[in-house]
Design a protein around this ligand. Structure first.
Ligand code: ZN
Length: 356
């Protein structure tokens, strides 16, 4: 096992006092955000018109070389799409950015330091696929903060969504495939740390690429369950072992995909009875995606998202969704597909539907 594959420090109680204070301050700031948005327990009696949505303009504010394959404008395009399709600006919340202490729950301090200061070696940076900049590092902390906030908001409200997230190729001391740090893993680790009473967490990853970093980070953890439905022929070439893996064939279409999805999720919910689902709703499974090798239709993706939300609601399990991957170069077309996640959530959303 190389260093990149080492699991996170298992005993989070071993973290230094200053890190504990740092995390305490973060949680206090998050509670302020929640109470301003009327999300906290005391004020949820008023029905909300939609689940909490987390967004930050910095998600699309990154200078990339011309013709870089990452569609960085998709976050802003998605936000604008939602504003003109049933959502208004007050529906969107800004999460506090994650701190290094929180990132250190799942990542090597040296690796964090190298990414912070731009001293990570050239080859390791090339595997990530972005040129280093301080904005890249800050954007990553903001995205992690958004996924953490989404997870806690889901616990408060039953459902919450993030207009970013899904950086599942990040390992303990190594990034890859546009992922610096693993927001899904950090959010799960934060929830476990802050809510030790909570049962299992299921990370249900439907991005076309396997959630390899997440799988390894929690390979020794029986409370955080990792599941990945991905294209068998897609990156990464070397797959890791999640608790549940389905590798779908090149060119897989809606019927086979939705059957695998429904059987997998139903089984996992019954078997593990998780008390939180973190859902990576990557749309790089789409037939027109530039990187994905599956052939799922736009309608098929909506059916997938609706099934996940409906299943969680029927089982009374909070669900925190992130948009994950999607690589069409036409960001308007791409944002239309990502937006379906939000429309599916609205179709299922019923205020206070979950028994607390
Ligand atoms: Zn992907």
């Amino acid at each position: 096992m190389n260093q990149a594959q080492l699991p996170p420090t298992p005993a989070t109680e071993e973290i230094a006092n200053h890190q504990k204070d740092d995390i305490k301050h973060y949680m206090a700031a998050l509670q302020v955000t929640f109470s301003r948005a009327n999300l906290s327990n005391a004020v949820t009696s008023a029905p909300r018109s939609c689940p909490p949505l987390f967004y930050h303009p910095c998600y699309s504010q990154l200078e990339l070389p011309v013709n870089h394959r990452y569609p960085i404008g998709k976050y802003r395009a998605l936000y604008q799409h939602l504003l003109t399709n049933g959502f208004s600006s007050e529906h969107f919340l800004t999460a506090p950015a994650a701190t290094e202490s929180m990132v250190a729950l799942c990542h090597c301090p040296t690796y964090i330091d190298e990414l912070k200061h731009g001293t990570l070696d050239h080859k390791a940076m090339r595997r990530i696929g972005f040129p280093w900049s301080s904005a890249l590092y800050q954007r990553s902390l903001q995205s992690i903060g958004g996924t953490i906030a989404t997870a806690f908001a889901a616990l408060e409200c039953g459902m919450a969504l993030h207009l970013s997230g899904g950086y599942h190729h990040a390992f303990y001391a190594e990034g890859a495939g546009f992922c610096l740090f693993n927001d899904l893993a950090i959010a799960a680790a934060m929830v476990k740390q802050q809510r030790p009473d909570l049962g299992k967490i299921l990370i249900f990853d439907c991005d076309v690429h396997q959630g390899d970093g997440t799988a390894v980070l929690f390979s020794e953890d029986d409370q955080i369950i990792t599941a990945s439905l991905h294209g068998e022929k897609n990156f990464p070439a070397r797959k890791q072992k999640s608790d549940w893996d389905i590798g779908l064939a090149h060119g897989c279409t809606d019927d086979d995909y939705l059957t695998a999805l429904q059987q997998s999720l139903s089984l996992l919910l019954r078997l593990h009875q998780p008390e939180l689902v973190i859902y990576d709703a990557g749309v790089d499974i789409h037939v027109h995606d530039d990187l994905g090798l599956l052939s799922i239709s736009t309608t098929g993706i909506y059916q997938r998202d609706h099934f996940v939300f409906q299943s969680c609601r029927d089982a009374g399990i909070p669900v925190a969704a992130v948009i994950g991957g999607g690589y069409q170069r036409d960001v308007t077309a791409l944002s239309d597909i990502h937006a379906q996640l939000f429309h599916a959530a609205m179709a299922v959303w019923q205020p206070n539907a979950l028994e607390r």
